[in-house]
Design a protein around this ligand. Structure first.
Ligand SMILES: [Zn+2]
Length: 228
């Protein structure tokens, strides 16, 4: 069974970016929980670095991810500091992480976010800059969903429904990479879509015979409908 580990950026006293009344640690968590639920709905086994607002340093997240031994590791963040759009970091050598990053960014663009593209970042020693990518054993990506200080981005990330939509988009990209077909959630049954059980009392080639049966039903206290 496929396994995915979701790292939830920041938490506890470490709020990450703070802008427009949003705290990044809480925003990351809302998106991550939606992503987890969508993956779990498709029978993916999901591990998370945290499922509530608590301190969870990056070093611990990396340890937890490696202990979980997932197929992929996905770290969720949001940006600030003057930019507009989603960007996703992957291992500078490309590989499976880059494929995952491409599939995830495609799904985020599909919900209306603009893309700043896939990115790599290296230290002066040539290794990956982000510990999440450098020190995780599984192919890993770091998603910067949106800029919390950009009004275009805020418009697609500041409500619970939008955060859920972002989490589902990330999940869709992960599922595609895992080779799992995404299926839409079934709508709850309403009066209009409820299955109806119909009772048939006869079938006639002559309409008058059908009308006679309708009369007989009425006399017996039932309402009959003629269908042809
Ligand atoms: Zn962050």
């Amino acid at each position: 069974m496929a396994k995915v580990f979701i790292g939830v950026g920041h938490g506890g006293a470490d709020n990450g970016a703070v802008a427009n009344g949003l705290k990044e640690d809480n925003l990351n968590l809302a998106i991550a929980l939606a992503c987890r639920d969508e993956l779990a709905r498709h029978d993916v086994t999901v591990g998370m670095s945290r499922t509530k607002d608590e301190a969870d340093p990056l070093a611990d997240e990396i340890k937890e991810c490696n202990a979980f031994a997932p197929d992929y590791g996905v770290e969720i963040h949001n940006n600030a500091g003057g930019g507009d759009g989603v960007e996703i970091f992957h291992h500078y050598g490309g590989g499976k992480g880059k494929t995952l990053a491409q599939n995830v960014i495609n799904e985020i663009v599909a919900i209306g976010q603009n893309s700043r593209g896939l990115k790599t970042k290296r230290n002066s020693d040539g290794r990956d800059y982000y510990g999440w990518i450098r020190q995780t054993t599984a192919p890993a990506i770091l998603v910067e969903c949106a800029f919390m200080d950009n009004k275009n981005d805020i418009a697609i990330i500041d409500t619970a429904a939008e955060q859920r939509q972002m989490g589902i988009a990330i999940a869709k990209g992960i599922l595609k990479t895992l080779g799992i077909k995404w299926v839409a959630e079934k709508e709850p049954a309403t009066a209009n879509t409820k299955k109806l059980y119909r009772v048939q009392v006869g079938a006639y080639s002559e309409r008058k015979n059908a009308e006679e049966m309708q009369k007989a039903l009425k006399a017996a206290g039932f309402e009959g409908v003629i269908v042809n």
